[in-house]
Design a protein around this ligand. Sequence first.
Ligand SMILES: NC(=O)c1ccc[n+]([C@@H]2O[C@H](COP(=O)([O-])OP(=O)(O)OC[C@H]3O[C@@H](n4cnc5c(N)ncnc54)[C@H](OP(=O)(O)O)[C@@H]3O)[C@@H](O)[C@H]2O)c1
Length: 355
Amino acid sequence: MSNTPSTPAAPYADVWSGGRTVAVVGASGHTGRFVVAELLRRGAKPLLVGRDRGRLDALRGLAPDAPVRVASTEDAASLDRALDGAVAVVNCAGPFLATSFPVVDAALRAGIPYLDVAAEQGVTAALFDTYGERAREAGVVVAPSLAFYGGLGDLLATAALGDWPDADEITLAYALDSWHPTRGTRVTGESNAGQHLVHSGGRLIPFGYSQDVFAWDFPKPFGTQDASAFATADQVTLPRHVRTPEVRAVMNLAPLRDIRAADTPEPVPADAGGRSAQTFAVEAVVRRGDRTRRAVAEGRDIYAVTAPLVVAALERILDGRGGAPGVRAAGEAFDAPDFLRALTPEHLTRVDLPL
Ligand SMILES: NC(=O)c1ccc[n+]([C@@H]2O[C@H](COP(=O)([O-])OP(=O)(O)OC[C@H]3O[C@@H](n4cnc5c(N)ncnc54)[C@H](OP(=O)(O)O)[C@@H]3O)[C@@H](O)[C@H]2O)c1
């Protein structure tokens, strides 16, 4: 869709001084554009990578000085040329089933951090399973699913755990007032159909969406609403660093109805930053015996908020506040409370964490 996020000047951390270059694969996409805008805002130099020069050239208004490199995920040499000179790569090209592995391979060859925004649980699980040792050997951090689905819930659950070394159950509750899916979400939903997973009984097992509806008490302003079980990438990332047999997710019905309807329109910009009017609240509830701890985040536009999540993660990896080399989940790599608070109130309107 033709969303053009604006880029008000707000230079950030020293890590970007000298204008370090970050390759954004899938820069022409809805989420890719938010990531490019966020990099510019922080003082980084985005390098626009994609398979279609015309669509990359259309980003001139957003990033007039950014170099453009055309590359195909089926052509390793083109990816190597595209990443040449970059200090990191952020992959926003989904479905990730087609792009993750070739772009991670290229990042490892280049010896630079790889981050992506994948919502596909199976792809993220495969990255953890396949690339851990290679990433450690290459001295590179690979951080998949650093996004609304994947990163945010993982950070919230990690912050909620605090000093608990484990949990009997983690529940992630997602309340969205609506969900206007992008073309990429639709295509990814189709390619990912039947591939959903849930972490239960201490392992990832297939998850099937059902018609079961139950009442769930979401954080204000959503309150009690009809809800259904949901599948999210956080269910893959959390058990990689938190000992727990159960990670379940629930979502209110309104957004589920939206994405199931073929005629729900794409998101439209509603503010100067290109964000839509969509609002969300995400709550992580961790239970240990009969005690629970909670962490909540509220914000606006699940696609737009993905950009500060993944760029803040990259910033921390580059300035040494990220985890050791390897495939890393957000809550494992970063100081979760500090990370979440740093995004508030600019990108998350409210964050409530246990003291
Ligand atoms: N985890 C989360 O919370 C979260 C948040 C946001 C987005 N996402 C995921 O991110 C992906 C993109 O979403 P979007 O909304 O940005 O979609 P979009 O607007 O359709 O953009 C998709 C981008 O990926 C590129 N692309 C797709 N397949 C490719 C391939 N095989 N090789 C190279 N480039 C390819 C597209 O290039 P062309 O323009 O050439 O087609 C385009 O730049 C989806 O998989 C979505 O699920 C996840």
